[in-house]
Design a binder for this molecule. Structure first.
Ligand SMILES: [Zn+2]
Length: 357
């Protein structure tokens, strides 16, 4: 990985951020480290007041693919030079953009989809058919292939941005002594309100959707009251697998795994429970929330669907022997507790929980 930076401060932060993000995949796992290093080619920083190369005042970073058949990933992002904002905010922009690059690299390395060609220098994979539509994952989103001439439709883009923020923050919080001393861990980031961990007052245009992403993480959990910080502290990966109380091997969290490695996996898990093609419909509402103020009904609608999902998903897994009823109930219990905080974050009263198991 080549770093092109005019100022030393950019270089230092890029190396720190890159190392921290790698650790989210499990410390010292050579196979994973090599696979990711092989895909990410270069990181270039620009002075903060720079505009060009796809970088604007509103968009401080871009992740793209370099020319050539074996196209590798390159990252462009604003750095500390001429910066008029806080160092913590610049660090966040760098980490957010690096998460996008890792998402693209992880999909290439671990997505288990065969590369079938390249278009515009982006590797393309065997299409996956979802609800009769040909789909491909690109850089954390799902592209639905254009068959009627209106252009490819992009699904999951909202979660892609919101989760880039959450994982960028996790990479910072997990290995930073200041946060540790304050008792803030990545479990605080993934399970508690923004005010509980945002000591440096960072923000992006996507922050209003963070509570929804937090609830989605809870809805896709396969391990009740999982301690993500403990996993990292012991060299494990938050995107990996675990064993349930019935001895089944499952992803620790289907959403976390999918958002980093393969968003099509999330769509399939969701559709299995809610109905074929329903994930794309659901995402269209989530996407609305990412950088817009939306009516509360939209938020309530998303929360209700996630509630339906967690109840039915745990029911299915109890029935098919993946885990016990007690295990499933604890997952629902944790979801409900996070849901109450999320409702508070959006200034709403508690909703009546679903009782129909
Ligand atoms: Zn982004």
């Amino acid at each position: 990985m080549k770093i092109n930076a005019n100022v030393e401060k950019d270089k230092i932060e890029i190396i720190r951020a890159y190392t921290d993000i790698l650790k989210l995949f499990g410390e010292g796992n050579k196979r994973i480290i090599n696979a990711l290093n092989n895909r990410i080619s270069s990181i270039t920083t620009y002075p903060f007041d720079y505009e060009g190369n796809g970088i604007t005042g509103k968009e401080p970073g871009k992740t793209g693919y370099e020319n050539g058949i074996n196209s590798k990933i390159n990252v462009r992002v604003k750095g500390y030079e001429h910066s008029s904002i806080s160092d913590a905010q610049i660090s966040h922009y760098i980490r957010h953009e690096l998460i996008h690059a890792f998402t693209a690299a992880a999909y290439d390395a671990f997505g288990n989809h065969k590369v079938v060609g390249h278009k515009d220098n982006i590797p393309f994979y065997n299409n996956t058919i979802i609800n009769g539509k040909e789909c491909q994952a690109v850089d954390g989103s799902i592209y639905e292939k254009d068959i009627v001439g209106t252009g490819n439709k992009i699904h999951n883009g909202g979660y892609c941005e919101s989760m880039a923020d959450i994982l960028a923050i996790c990479s910072k919080v997990a290995f930073d002594e200041t946060f540790k001393a304050l008792g803030i861990s990545i479990d605080t980031v993934m399970k508690k309100s923004v005010s509980k961990w945002n000591i440096n007052n960072i923000t992006t245009g996507y922050f209003s959707s963070i509570p929804l992403s937090r609830l989605t993480i809870a809805a896709f959990s396969n391990f009740p009251n999982v301690n993500y910080q403990y996993i990292l502290d012991n060299g494990g990966s938050i995107f990996s697998t675990t064993t349930t109380d019935k001895g089944a091997v499952v992803k620790i969290n289907d959403f976390l795994y999918g958002m980093m490695n393969d968003p099509i996996y999330i769509a399939k898990e969701f559709d299995k429970i809610i109905g074929e093609g329903k994930y794309f419909e659901f995402c269209s509402y989530v996407d609305m929330c990412v950088n817009n103020q939306v009516p509360q009904q939209v938020i309530v609608g998303i929360i209700n669907i996630l509630t339906k999902f967690v109840i039915q998903n745990t029911n299915v897994k109890v029935k098919n022997g993946t885990y016990t009823r007690e295990w499933g109930d604890k997952i629902i219990e944790e979801f409900e507790s996070i849901k109450n905080d999320v409702l508070k974050d959006y200034g709403m009263p508690e909703l009546e929980s679903f009782k129909n198991r």
